[in-house]
Structure formats: C-alpha cells, structure tokens
Design a binder for this molecule. Structure first.
Ligand code: TXA
Ligand code: MG
Length: 349
C-alpha cells in the first residue's frame, strides 16, 4: 500500500523529499501536474520505467513523456533544440506543452521510455509539487497520465486511488488538476508545427509563434487497422466508460438540443434510459430524466470531463449523450477526448 500524503496543495517539503527518495529508489510515485495526475518513475532507470507499463497495463509500443525541471535536463537527452523549439520553450514552459525531440544517439533515455523510437517527448510542468519532485529527485521523471490504460485520466486522487494505490509507493495529493486535460503534444518539422495531441495550449496560441501549424489527421480521424501513426497513443481506446456514449454537436444550439431530444425519445420508447451531459443553461430543455452539468465554458468543461466520464457507469443508463463543443481553441482538445470516449460514435449537424 502506498504512503499517502493527502494535504492537498499544502503538501510539505519533507513529503516531497520522501516521494523523491522513492523515485531515486526505482519506485513509482503518483503526483499532480497542472494537466492531469501522473505516475512517475526515474526516466533514466529502465527497470523502474517498466513498472509503469505494468501498473497501467499499457502497451509497450506507447512511449512516455519525460518531465524535466530545467533546460540542462533536456540538453542531456536530445540531439538538438532548434530555434523554433527554443521559442516555444520560452513562451510555453513551464506549462502544458510536450515537444517531441530527436533523442541523442547514446540513448541516455532507455528504450522502454520511448518505445524504441528515435524521438523523445519532453515537457516541463508548472505545477509546484511536480517541479519540486523532479528537482529533489535530481533526474527527469517519465510519467504517463494516472489511470489504468483505456480509462479516463485522473484529475483528482479520489477518482484514481482505488485503481492505483497498490501499484505505487507514494501518493502526493495536490487537489484537483487546474486544467483537467493532458498536455498538447507537438512535433516541429522544418518550421512547421504538427499537433499530435491537442491540449490546453491551442492551435491559435501556437500560431503566434509560427504561422504554419497543422493538426494531425488522427486528432479527429479514426486510426485504421495496421495504420502507422506519428504518435502511438492515437491508436488506443481511451477515456471510454463502459456505458455506451454518443457526442452530438451543432453550431446551432437549438438544432443540437432538438437532435439530442429526438434520440432520447427513440431510446425511451424502447424502455431504455438516457443521461445527457450538457451546459447548465441547456439542461432544462432536455426531456431526459437524468442530466448533468458539464460546465459553463471550455475551461470548466476541460476540468470536469474526466471525472464525469468516470461517474457515468454508476448511473446505470443505456446511453450517455454528450453535447459537443466545436473545434475552436480548447474545444479541439475536448472534442478529441470526447470522440474517443464515445468510440467515434458522434453526430455533427
Ligand atoms: O499532460 C500530460 O501530458 C500528462 C501529464 C502526466 O504530464 N501525461 C500524459 O501522458 O498524458 P500519456 O502517456 O497519457 O500520453 C502521452 C502521449 C501518448 O499519446 C504518446 O503516444 C505520446 O504522448 N508520445 C510520447 N512520446 C512520444 C514520441 N516520442 N513520439 C510521439 N508521440 C509520443
Ligand atoms: Mg494517457
């Protein structure tokens, strides 16, 4: 059973030092970041990193993000940092942006972290506890989102403690994650940014650094069987509750609400139940008996969505219908998570 420091964001130095000692000893630590919680291990220790894959039941071909607390750690691992990458680092680090670099040929980072790729994804988190944990460990920390593979990422310890407490040595509880969605993952090629996974840092914000920003086709498109993808994580079932889910979106609110009511009516006629997840101000327009508020704006929705997706199975309904949010700004990241949670079962009108 893990040692659990549950003082939320009042975690004391000594506890971070104890957790850092676990990292140095080759053990796993559950820790907060500004995006979602991570399950961390010493990124330079192959045996420790393999424990992460086992704890999550994660496919070995899905690489981990390496978390650093200073630029020297990056320089130690990567072949080079280009001018564009430096500009991005200056603007967005510490923060929710992961950059995919070419890794040094000496392979300082073990193959288990990068799933044998010649690249490595790195980010510098801004969360204070995460930063101190890395600093006190003195090594970069490899960490995926804290969840059993396929489940929604953990954004508060209460949501994940049951599934992970026996798998880590130390739990640092920093309260609810500020952002609630994982970092934006990008690769820079010849002055073009390719977004492999959208997140809090939006396409629009990246365009302020370089004009040429491309969204990978798999961000919203489905990966076909045996297709080679730029980011292996795109292939896997993710975020999905056991209950069947569906996303419905239209720019025209009335159209969206009518469609959701039409589907609810059809399902009800079969004697089955529907749960609608929508904006608070829309909820009284839905005919479904069960409805939940997902938040009033994109930031709130991002913060709430994983906790809500984790709760829907308890409701024992036959279908969950979730309002879509469009693709602008943070909407792209939310839509990317929702269509995966719904296993590509969605309607855009
Ligand atoms: O916000 C986050 O990024 C959180 C927190 C804990 O930092 N971490 C996270 O890790 O979301 P994970 O493992 O759940 O997602 C990492 C994603 C995966 O889709 C993976 O395929 C991709 O990043 N990735 C990692 N290294 C890569 C690489 N070298 N090339 C391409 N994609 C990579
Ligand atoms: Mg994940």
């Amino acid at each position: 059973m893990a040692k659990y420091s549950n003082q939320k964001n009042k975690i004391v130095e000594e506890e971070i030092a104890e957790a850092a000692q676990e990292i140095k000893n080759g053990n796993l630590v559950l820790f907060p970041t500004e995006t979602v919680y991570g399950i961390g291990a010493n990124a330079l220790d192959e045996v420790a990193v393999k424990k992460i894959f086992k704890a999550k039941g994660r496919a070995g071909d899905n690489p981990l993000i390496v978390h650093v607390s200073n630029i020297e750690m990056v320089e130690n691992i990567v072949k080079e940092i280009t001018n564009v990458e430096r500009k991005l680092i200056e603007k967005f680090w510490p923060g929710p942006l992961t950059i995919i670099f070419d890794r040094k040929s000496e392979k300082i980072i073990p193959n288990a972290v990068t799933a044998n790729l010649n690249t490595v994804g790195i980010r510098m988190p801004s969360n204070k506890i995460a930063k101190e944990l890395i600093e006190k460990s003195g090594v970069p920390i490899a960490a995926p989102s804290a969840n059993v593979s396929g489940r929604p990422s953990g954004t508060k310890v209460e949501d994940i403690i049951e599934e992970l407490q026996d798998k880590v040595s130390y739990i640092l509880d920093g309260g609810s994650s500020d952002i609630g969605l994982e970092s934006t993952v990008i690769r820079v090629n010849n002055n073009q940014i390719n977004i492999l996974r959208p997140g809090k840092i939006t396409k629009e914000e990246l365009e302020e650094v370089i004009k040429d920003v491309n969204v990978d086709t798999h961000v919203l498109g489905k990966v076909q069987k045996n297709e080679i993808v730029t980011s292996p994580g795109m292939k896997y079932r993710h975020y999905a509750p056991n209950t069947k889910c569906m996303m419905v979106y239209s720019k025209n609110k009335e159209k969206m609400i009518n469609k959701i009511n039409e589907i609810t009516n059809d399902i009800n006629k079969e004697g089955k139940k529907v749960l609608v997840l929508g904006e608070k101000s829309n909820l009284d327009k839905y005919i479904s008996q069960k409805k939940w508020n997902i938040g009033e704006n994109l930031n709130e929705i991002a913060k709430n969505i994983f906790t809500l997706l984790r709760k829907v199975d308890k409701e024992k309904v036959d279908l969950v219908i979730i309002e879509g949010v469009g693709e602008e700004g943070l909407g792209l990241a939310i839509t990317n998570r929702l269509i995966r949670a719904c296993e590509y079962n969605y309607i855009v009108l």
